[in-house]
Design a protein around this ligand. Structure first.
Ligand code: GCW
Length: 697
């Protein structure tokens, strides 16, 4: 088609308000809200036809206010686009170029990519650009994802509960699938595509073998069909003992040819129904899950056997390094490294090892995992927890952007300047496979994530998976604009509230490198006194080691020597209390309560000040939010205000319970003028929350 003809066929289509867009905002639209007012005419011309291209066109018609100039959606290979000699190299099959160009003397916004997925991502980039106040003229956006697999991990069970889920039941209605294709599945795909997520692991890593039976494969296939045009592949978590449970074999030993053959046949069966199936995610030999170690085989033996089963189909295996064993008396923070470091170079080339951001377990703050500086020959995926198991469930406002970037920006110490992000995006060792996984915070709640502000954590994960070098603040600001509009007072206030909110959680739950002080099993609320659980590393006292003279876990050479697992300058810095950042002090060192801190306070005085600072931050967020009442729609404002009040009450409880406990241990008075805990320690110990949400079962 000549470019002149293109212009004759551009159709001007009026964009009507959809039926429900006048309804109150309930958060369902996430950051992809319709324009609030009638938008008149929008010119979109789509060159080329595929379901993905049609989706891109529909998105523009649905989400854009009248643009200043017509929009052309096209593939880079189309003659009209080729002739423009635009910089498509290096954009790969997912990158996009959105640019104001002239066609036949007319200025148009070209949205193009080497594939239709690139066009779709470009479409969402344009929508974001305009929704965040970007000019409609002289547009020049060009981007390709730095990370190849950008994947959500759903810890969703087949009974529709969600482990560590705080936003209602699973969005997968397994029971009515594959027949009923809830329109919500499409909205889920759309939201993910809008932030660049291209994969989803449908079921919990604590997997049931049943997810690999024919009926469940058919259910997963129905979801895969819905997600495909949005550029999203499905993956499944698998239980390592499935050949025994489903196949009737006597063993699941990965070195047994019958076991390998069972997995191969199972993979073939899956690929017959889901031809672009992504592959498997595996939690093995951890927290009671079966694995290759049960047979004396290694994690590499297990991973490679599964990798062989999916390899001919182009599938991959994500093998988790979150491994610790009740039989191992070693510091829990060291066990994954001890197990995996010797396996570097032994994994098949379609295996990624998936490593949590820190060495323990998604705490409000952890130092980066030492494995990121230790396995150059293996593609390492990073795993973040978007759902807030340890950061206040759904009710606390805690923006995780700064938590994610703190880890991504950390220097591994292995090569000068090398960051965790360089390892994760594969640049450091030129791995072609790279990935980032986020444990989803999505459920059947109307607002998807349990609160409006939790949506920001899903959004931030996607944006950082696309580009781990983005700043947490820029992401917060963009999210605020897309979510609440461009009023500068709203955007500034919301961004300010968000940026300090994670640090506030650190402060009121236990600052200075303390970790895992939570109540048992549901992990809701404080439990620093818990000392009676079967496995030592399940007890908070294992982590804080507080006594009358001091507090903290000695992980230096005089203690567990976990610092030796870090490379070069990182190991050196963490080895001494004086060179360890104070925010991580008690993670690496056992120090006296009267240690002098940089600000002149004693450690005890500083810890108390952090608790108060955390509580005060929440009160500050309440005041800031109150100031926005007239500027935010009623429903979202009210729910957030109520949740902030819950957070205030719970932050005070965390502070008071913790102080009551520390004082019982160190027998120190509170600094002058500090408010004493509201209740005594036995009162806090007596609080029980057996029905708190999200528990494993
Ligand atoms: O943080 C712990 C959670 C478990 C979870 C485990 C894991 C899925 O408390 O619920 O199990 O991590 O990451 O495997």
């Amino acid at each position: 088609m000549t470019s002149a003809r293109i212009w004759r066929t551009v159709i001007a289509i009026p964009l009507f308000l959809s039926a429900n867009s006048a309804a109150a905002e309930d958060g369902y639209a996430l950051w992809l809200r319709h324009p609030a007012t009638s938008v008149g005419q929008i010119n979109v011309k789509r060159l080329g036809d595929s379901e993905t291209m049609r989706i891109a066109e529909a998105e523009l018609r649905r989400d854009l206010a009248a643009p200043t100039q017509p929009i052309v959606l096209a593939l880079a290979t189309m003659p009209a686009v080729k002739a423009m000699r635009l910089p498509f190299e290096g954009l790969g099959d997912e990158g996009y170029l959105v640019r104001t160009v002239a066609i036949d003397g007319q200025r148009v916004t070209l949205v193009a990519g080497n594939s239709d997925r690139g066009v779709l991502y470009g479409t969402f980039a344009l929508i974001r650009h305009l929704a965040t106040g970007g000019s409609g003229d002289a547009i020049d956006l060009r981007s390709a994802p730095k990370v190849r697999l950008r994947v959500l991990n759903h810890w969703d069970n087949l009974d529709e509960s969600v482990e560590r889920g705080y936003a209602g039941q699973s969005i997968w209605d397994w029971w009515t699938l594959p027949d009923f294709r809830d329109p919500r599945y499409t909205d889920y795909a759309r939201a993910n595509a809008s932030i660049g997520i291209n994969g989803t692991v449908l079921n919990n890593v604590n997997a049931k073998a049943e997810s690999l039976t024919a009926p469940y494969i058919a259910k997963a296939a129905a979801l895969a069909d819905i997600f495909r045009p949005w550029g999203i592949r499905v993956y499944l978590s698998v239980k390592f003992s499935a050949p025994i449970e489903l196949g009737g074999l006597k063993t699941a030993d990965p070195r047994d040819p019958a076991v390998a053959a069972w997995w191969k046949a199972k993979a073939d069966e899956i690929y017959r129904t889901i031809p672009d199936f992504g592959g498997f995610l595996v939690k093995a030999n951890s927290e009671g899950q079966p694995g290759p170690r049960d047979y004396g085989a290694s994690h590499a033996d297990g991973a490679n056997m599964l990798a062989a089963a999916v390899r001919d189909h182009g599938g991959i295996v994500m093998w988790r390094a979150f491994v610790y064993a009740e039989t191992d008396p070693e510091d829990r923070a060291k066990q994954a490294y001890t197990e995996f470091k010797p396996l570097d170079g032994k994994f098949a080339d379609n295996v990624l090892v998936q490593v949590k951001n820190g060495a323990i377990d998604f705490q409000p703050r952890e130092p980066f995992h030492p494995l990121f500086g230790a396995m150059p020959r293996t593609p390492l995926m990073i795993e973040f927890q978007i759902t807030k198991e340890y950061l206040g469930f759904a009710t606390h406002l805690a923006y995780l952007g700064p938590l994610f970037t703190e880890t991504l920006d950390a220097k591994t110490g292995r090569k000068p300047g090398e960051t965790v992000a360089d390892v994760v995006d594969g640049q450091a060792e030129h791995h072609s496979l790279s990935g980032m996984a986020g444990v989803a915070n999505i459920g059947r709640d109307r607002d998807w994530s349990g609160s409006t502000f939790n949506q920001a954590n899903w959004y931030a994960f996607g944006r950082l998976a696309w580009d781990p070098d983005l700043s947490a603040e820029a992401i917060a600001r963009a999210w605020a604009k897309q979510t609440f509009g461009n009023d500068p007072q709203v955007v500034d206030t919301v961004t300010t509230m968000m940026m300090g909110s994670r640090e506030a959680v650190v402060d009121y739950t236990g600052a200075l490198g303390l970790a895992h002080l939570v109540a048992t099993s549901h992990h809701y609320g404080p439990g620093p006194w818990v000392a009676d659980l079967a496995r030592p590393e399940w007890n908070p006292v294992y982590y804080h080691r507080a006594d009358a003279t001091g507090i903290g876990f000695d992980r230096t050479a005089t203690g567990s020597n976990a610092v030796s697992q870090y490379a070069g300058p990182a190991a050196k810095a963490f080895a001494k209390a004086d060179t360890t950042p104070e925010s991580l002090l008690l993670w690496f060192h056992h120090v006296p309560w009267n240690r002098r801190m940089a600000n002149g306070r004693t450690l005890w005085g500083d810890l108390v000040a952090h608790y108060d600072q955390g509580v005060a931050y929440v009160a500050g967020m309440q005041r800031q939010w109150d100031g926005l009442k007239s500027k935010i729609d009623e429903e979202r404002w009210q729910k957030t205000a109520t949740y902030l009040a819950i957070q205030n009450r719970e932050a005070r409880c965390w502070r008071d319970a913790s102080l009551a406990y520390w004082m019982a241990v160190n027998h120190l008075p509170l600094p002058a003028g500090v408010r004493p805990p509201e209740h005594d320690l036995p009162w806090y110990k007596a609080q029980q929350f057996p029905l708190a949400p999200g528990q494993a079962h």
